[in-house]
Design a protein around this ligand. Sequence first.
Ligand code: ADP
Ligand code: MG
Length: 917
Amino acid sequence: MPEIDRMFSPRTVALIGATDKEGTVGEATLKNLLIGKGKHSVFPVNPAHETVAGLKCYPNIAAIPEHVDLAVIATPAKSVPEVVDECGKAGVDGVVIISAGFREIGAEGAKLEEEIRRIRARYGFRLLGPNCVGFARPSVHLNATFLKDSPEPGSIAFISQSGALGSAILDWASVSRVGFSLFASMGSMLDLDFGDLIDFLGTDPNTRSIIVYVEGIGIAKKFMSAARGFARTKPIIVLKAGKYNTGAKAVQSHTGALAGDFEVYDAAFKRVGVLRVDAIGDLFNCASVLDSKRLPSGPKVAIVTNAGGPGVVASDKVTDLGGELAKLSEGTIKALDEHLPPYWSHGNPVDVLGDADVSRYETAISTCLADPNVDGLLAICTPQGVTPATDLATAVVRLAKDRQKPILAVWMGEKGVAEARRKFAENSIPTYPTPEEAVKTYMYMYKYRRNLDLLYETPNELPVDLMPPNSHLKLMVKKAIADGKLLLPQSDADKFLDAYNIPRLSGGFAKSEEEALMVARRVGYPVVIKVVSQEIVHKSDVGGVVTNITNSEMLAHEYAKLIDRINILKPDARIDGVYVQKMAKGVDYELILGSKKDRDFGAVLLFGSGGIGVELFKDFAIGLPPINQVLARRMMEETTIYKALSKGLRNRAPANMKALEEVLVRFSGMITDFPEIAEMDINPLSVAEGKVFAVDVRILLDPKPVDRSTPYPHLVIMPYPTKYVVPWKLEDGADVLLRPIRPEDEGIESEFINGLSEETSRYRFFNIVRNLPHSDLVRFCNIDYDREMAIIAEITEGGRRREIGVGRVIAEPDRRRGEFAVVIADQYQAKGLGRKLVDMLIDIAEERRLESIFGVVLKDNAPMLTLCKEMGFTLTPEEDYMRVELALKVDAQRQPTSQAKPLPQEEHHQSAKELAQ
Ligand code: ADP
Ligand code: MG
């Protein structure tokens, strides 16, 4: 069992700094720990006492006669490094440091933290804190916090960076009777951070949704991977503090100036399907509804109410929040006319009037739900005199059963509707005291669903070369950094565009009037000239751009004037020359496409309305590289200019959207390949007669050396791993391409699965699988290459690509073991492909330092079992299947988490590769 699991379900807990002294953290924590005494044993540690709370008290952790799973430390900060070291020596699995007095108090505290970090790395246990409230798991009766009250058990996990806010929220939750599977306060996140906790909770059966209060995310890459892994099965809802504190930094590009923390966090959350909310109450509202199977598939709401006022309030709110009031179909209106009194509202909101009885109310709701124009329904009840509030609730509960469309209940008032609310809660129907809250939640539900849908939409194939030759660019970058010329001149930046096939205007650098005339002759008049100088970033700001030069005399004249002007306006700028560029005609739209490096999330992309007014429009969207066609389209859709681009505006033609998508994807590829790019703007990226081309390109390099120990140090999402693309031959000589699967492969993957024989299908899936829906296929094709790898074997037949086999290995969240599976199309079996795929998976697993890979094979699947035996797997019979497992070679350089443990026996076995040779 990994340390983190033992730490969160300990059988033995030591409290270091335990005391009887009232009002202390040590006393409060001990009390809480003792609540669950039957489930785990508690050992107080304090050299000053013989007994505490009537229990034997130990002088130090070494004196405890049993192995300690979890140590909670509540001693003064100065003593903590030593205590932590003792915990390490005692072989604990996890430590919680509640003590404060570290980074938050300044340099001295930070030094203590550093020491603790070093000690932890030496032993490899997991650590929560310091400076935190601790954690509680009501489901296992564990409360390792100093909170006044114990949270109730439930299915929501709550992770909070701020301990104070955390306890305030718990206080509120206990009044509202919200229960938790886990509460953890993160503190300074010296080790465990949001990514680790989400990974842990992702597989925790007691947790159905995860709510997070975050100030800073910790290791963003870890967070992204964990969140993406579970966002589809467990909703993750985040409240991020600090909307307005975008720390102003010196930036040279428009992208740098525009893409603040808030926007980048937003884009990152969206990218992994995390829902961001903006109020504490929303965290809980969403936690209880997002895990339901009934999420609205659209924004169109029908409102059924027994009072006019609340209906109007609700419909206003719908419009405010970007929802739509469903337009009821004629059929629905007619049906309602038949059943409702003549004075009903004859539209949405459907006002069934104050004297409505159960049957009238029920008919109105079921009629609206049946209307295809309705995506979801708000049922509002305001008790008025005779209204049978509870019976109406019972009716709604009945109607909500086995229906896909969500119903949200607003039963206004308090005492009179308490019984009704209880009914709703019991039947998992979201219920609210006001229409505003209900509408807000509905919109969150819709946003969440839509985000997941879009995220896993199947992208179209784009003709984009993923690996253009770029070594000449790498050389250029190296030289520029060595020379300290961090701002690349456009003539160099052009080479990037050319390599990545991003269309641009022709142009060239000229260091004299004569050269300028030559370039102009080559590109053809009219031309534009632009000053080139390391010291000038925004050229037109200093009169450094002259457009529409129609002939050579004019060019000579304007050239001289430009140089004079700059000499006056920017006397200290060294002018290298000018860039002479073809003048674009008939430009309909000016856009910006850029990138910058964010402190937490690394390289980000920006797309929006461009030109010289770019910082004025503030019309842009942020994305994280790498992006594919769908993600590119999505970024564009988020901007205001998108509508004009895709549809045209007055007499302006629309842009070639496919070409635009391609430009975005290629740009993302370029940013992926060059961690040295600190900031980059293509501004404008212009569109004329639908055609897209770059006009002004600015690349600013990062003088900091790039950390080459990881493949993409500047990205938080693993790009398509091109290194696993290998041409290969079947034993009969047929050509095969082996390559990692992509989201775009959904079509061929589906065809492949459908084409398997019943036997082969059963061997792989343990039953016969046909026509998987999109939601299942995306799980196979749209994968996180950081924790999972699927290699498909592809052949080309008559110009069509076909999948003939696939091997997959999925790392467990703690990255120690990986589960693998291989399946080959029937006609291609016994041609060496299975062995080749298993071989590749072993290589990949070894490279990722997994300790072993394992698989589950049906007992009658003789070919697979033979192959596994030959490749050195150990076979263990289980009830219905064979478990096959292979220990892998692990380098001496281990991840710190398991350093303290002796290496398990199997690790000394030969690797399967050696055995197979
Ligand atoms: P900077 O952004 O440094 O001021 P640009 O090269 O972007 O310099 O030029 C400023 C503006 O001049 C552009 O936003 C664009 O509107 C216009 N412009 C520049 N080059 C051309 C060109 N070749 N054809 C047409 N318009 C141009
Ligand atoms: Mg510009």
